[in-house]
Design a protein around this ligand. Sequence first.
Ligand code: BGP
Length: 459
Amino acid sequence: MTNKFPKNFLWGASTSAYQVEGAWNEGGKGPSVQDVKEIPQGTTDFKVASDHFHRFEEDVILFKELGLKAYRFSISWSRVMPDGVVNPEGIAFYKKLIKLLCENEIQPVVTVFHFDLPLYISEKGGWENRETIQEFSRYCQVLFDHFAQDVPLWQTINEQNVMALAGSVIGTSQKSMKEKFQENHHMLVAQAMVTKIFHEGNYQGKIGPAPNIASVYPASNSPADQMAALNMSALRNWLFLDVAVFGKYNHNAWHILESIDAAPEVTREDEEILSQGTCDYIAFNYYNTMTVGSYFDKENKLDQQSGFGIPGFFQTMENKNLPLTEFGWPIDPEGFRFTLNDIYSRYRIPLLITENGIGANDTLTEEGLVHDQYRIDYLKEHIEQMALAIEDGVEVLGYCPWSAIDLVSTHEGMVKRYGFIYVNRTDEDLLNLARYKKDSFYWYQELISKNGAGESDEN
Ligand code: BGP
């Protein structure tokens, strides 16, 4: 691989608050929807998670040793404003974390909302209630005022498209399409509102959305399948990015919403806010591509990556060309290059990868080692394709794989691990929560030290 990565490329790694922090009811934190959701049988809840709240100092030292240039994490809304009022202990926690990152020359990359709506807001109707837009704006204003001087890259909402399209899987919504897309619309307005606040406040840095983007392949070369792919991409990807970048809904997505009676009510004022709060860059999570056909004839297994169908528009299909992870997600590194190009050619603004990675049931040996060659292979192949995308001309700011450290999976507990650092606990037993460096830790450390040139440069 030739080295295509710019000098200041942000080699990073990612986590989210409710999946890593624990301390769910400490330090003045209020409950979030994640703390009260029904946990799938056999998996742990999020009460202790990786205990990062108590061990963040040890963790940041490990991130430094790993060589991270950036750490993408989320701030817990219910820790900072548990009941709508600022919790000084919550602010103090993130101040300490951000300070420590800066002292260690790790750039903080902050997502303000990652699936963990405060429970008190959810009880007032959550995103269905337009007042949540104001609550979100007040919360973001607090974050910008306290942290913007040290945080150059902000993301508004993590995987809003997954919340809208697969909310039942991640425990954020069980509603009808109509209700979900009205909620979704309020989130889009909220996102535009805080983007506008950020710009008007002249804070330093950039702000953008963080959807999960998956390019969509047609199942065959039939024109009907091409149209199905176009439709799915419009609904799954471009709806969210067109609003974030252009300030208006994608026409194909809007047509689908109207056809299934799920088009939201949009006021004149909403339209104005959407057009005024457009983003500076696009952060996105990439796990795999999607493949669709034009027909709809079977029950779908619903998962946030395996997808779904809309009668008359598209139907998710298996792609036999792609191997699967042990948890059934397709592995498609070339699709990563494709997706990077797909996004960049539409929007022509810088991209940041905020998640990419492989969930696996890692084993800790008696010697305290984790031989996760599969993770090294996965990341290496994706990084090679990202290098090719950069060579294609795509502007990429950085790469923050999921996850910096083991954490609790959104719906599959501790057996599905993603980290460079192993956390010694299981779903049933907290054990000692000790940290162990996996083989992938040493591999990524070396790759970062060579600015991505990786092993293949020496060959
Ligand atoms: C994304 C989320 C993350 C994370 C990741 C892996 O959808 O932004 O929060 O959980 O996917 O998903 P899972 O834990 O279900 O394997």
